[in-house]
Design a protein. Structure first.
Length: 102
């Protein structure tokens, strides 16, 4: 579980990012979750957004991600979620060593 200081750092880091993934009409699927996990392996921190056509709410999306993966939702702003997961490969860990030492 992330502490306040760590979340603040991650939110600041994500501020300038653009959303990489969207939740649309197809909703939340296992394949979509696997794509998210793959992207987080290389980036550790990403944004996703819910399109207007999405049949799910932000809270449902957050619960689905957190219940089915080890991804943490750092922040939700409107229809945008900021996601964080520590990369398993050492060479991909760019943000997590900083966060861990906070």
């Amino acid at each position: 579980m992330l502490r306040g200081k760590q979340k603040r750092y991650l939110r600041a880091h994500a501020h300038a990012m653009r959303p990489l993934f969207s939740v649309g009409k197809n909703g939340l699927t296992q394949a979509w979750l696997e794509q998210l996990t793959g992207a987080l392996e290389y980036r550790e921190l990403i944004k996703i957004n819910l399109q207007q056509s999405a049949d799910v709410s932000v809270d449902e999306t957050k619960a689905f991600i957190e219940d089915n993966t080890d991804i943490q939702v750092v922040q939700t702003i409107g229809r945008v979620l900021v996601l964080y997961r520590v990369a398993t490969e050492a060479e991909n860990q760019k943000i997590s060593p900083i966060v861990e030492n906070m």
